[in-house]
Every structure is written in structure tokens, then in C-alpha cells.
Design a protein around this ligand. Sequence first.
Ligand SMILES: Nc1ncnc2c1ncn2[C@@H]1O[C@H](COP(=O)(O)OP(=O)(O)OP(=O)(O)O)[C@@H](O)[C@H]1O
Ligand SMILES: [Mg+2]
Length: 251
Amino acid sequence: MIRIKNLSYSYGKTLVLDKIDITFTRPGIYGILGPNGAGKSTLLKIIGGILNIPAGQVFIEEKDIHSIKHKELATIIAYVPQQFIPNYAFTVRQLLEMGRHPYHGQFDSITKEENELIDYSIKVTELSKLEHNYITELSGGELQRVMIARALVQDTPIIILDEPISHLDIHYQKEIIKLLRNIAIDRNKLIITVLHDMNVGLNYCDYIHLIHDHKVTSGKPKDVLTLEKVKAIYNVDLIKIKHGDSEFIHW
Ligand SMILES: Nc1ncnc2c1ncn2[C@@H]1O[C@H](COP(=O)(O)OP(=O)(O)OP(=O)(O)O)[C@@H](O)[C@H]1O
Ligand SMILES: [Mg+2]
């Protein structure tokens, strides 16, 4: 579904990614992990078409990202950024309606089916009580759920999320991760999510791409997020805890 070939990226003289190869081949949840400043958000912005790269390095559904127009890309990939600062006092529902823009001409109105999709997205992200509130007056966690709901409204085969649970309390962390899992499985979507929580990576992701030292280590969660590797990359002492079939890493 997405193939990245020999991708390098620098901001001026600051090298971030050095000739990395990554593939996202099938539906499921792919976790992107790595220390602060490793290049996780940079990678997502490249896949989301926000940062420009030379041709021949990123392919979406077999097409070079260069050849895909902005509006068309928005029907393939929904991008939930790490930070979103609302500039205009739209209501939650109005912002969600904007998630349908890639499918519309300028003066088209929202269809019944689209309204149903918006209702569904509000329901599964538990935003019913907030749908008529202004997005400029939401808490950090509420806004984060609105941005996830907007990605669901966009109804793309690929959803990329940059730390989607970082502002959520444990109830919503669990619900949102379960929701993403269900969507990946039931609707055959490719979900790519940046995470800091190793345990979410270990227990909810199908595959991990761990970015460190400008390179990437890829594989199944248990093979990539080994105690030794995580200790070395993050320079922190850790223990592993087993509970049933699950493994947890704790400092
Ligand atoms: N617009 C920019 N201009 C210059 N340097 C940048 C810019 N954006 C990011 N960087 C630098 O590129 C590196 C990678 O940044 P990036 O945001 O991709 O990291 P990250 O892995 O997402 O980190 P975090 O876990 O803190 O979100 C960092 O060293 C950062 O300082
Ligand atoms: Mg980041």
C-alpha cells in the first residue's frame, strides 16, 4: 500500500532520515516509534504529502506520490497531525463536515450518507455532547478526538496519526486504540500511528518501524521492541513484565 525507497530527508544541514526503506504492505496497525527528534513526524509529513521530496522515493498504491494531486491524496490518506491549533471558531460538526471536502465540488452540500458517516464518527469517538461546541473552546484531549473523528469522516483506505493518544486519559487511550484496531480489521484499513508507549506498540500493533540514529528497524513488535534494543536506543534502564500472553516494558 505504501513503499518508501532510499528516502533521505534533511532540514537545511540537519540530517533526519538517511536512506531508509519502509513498506506498509497490508491493512493493520503499524506503529512508528523512536526517541524525540528521531524523525517520526517528518516521516508522517512526507507520507501525507506535506513535505516535499524528490521523485522516486515514496509510492502510494504503486503511484509516485509526486504524481498524485493534493485533493486526490486526501481521498487516499487522512492525516492527523501531532499538533493542531484551530484558527477559526467552527463547531465540531462543521469541522467534521470539512473532512468531506476532498470528495466535493465547491458548492456541493453534505449528503445523507455523509451525515450518517459523521454521526458514526461522533459516536465512536464519544463526542456527542460536544458536537455543537466551538473547536477553539475544547480541551486538548477533546480536540485530539475531534481530529481522529475528522480522519474517520474522510473515510480513506490509509489513516496516518501522529501521537493520537498523547493527550488522552486512560479511558480514551484504550477506546481509541481499540477503535483503530477495529477499523483496521473490519474495514481493511492501513493505520500508521506514531506512538511513544512501548506497551501499546507491543500489544496493539501488527508491525513496528523504530526510527533511531537516522535509520529504521522494522519487524514484529516483540522482535523490534526487545528490552536490550529499547534500553540502548532510549538510554534508560527498563524491566519486562509478563502478564498472560502479553509483555510490558516499564521503567
Ligand atoms: N521545520 C523544521 N525545521 C528545521 N528542523 C526541523 C523542523 N522540523 C523538525 N526539525 C528537526 O528535525 C528532527 C526531527 O523532527 P521530528 O519532528 O520529525 O521528530 P519526532 O521524531 O517527531 O520527535 P517527537 O517525538 O519530539 O515528536 C528534529 O531534530 C527537529 O529538531
Ligand atoms: Mg513528532
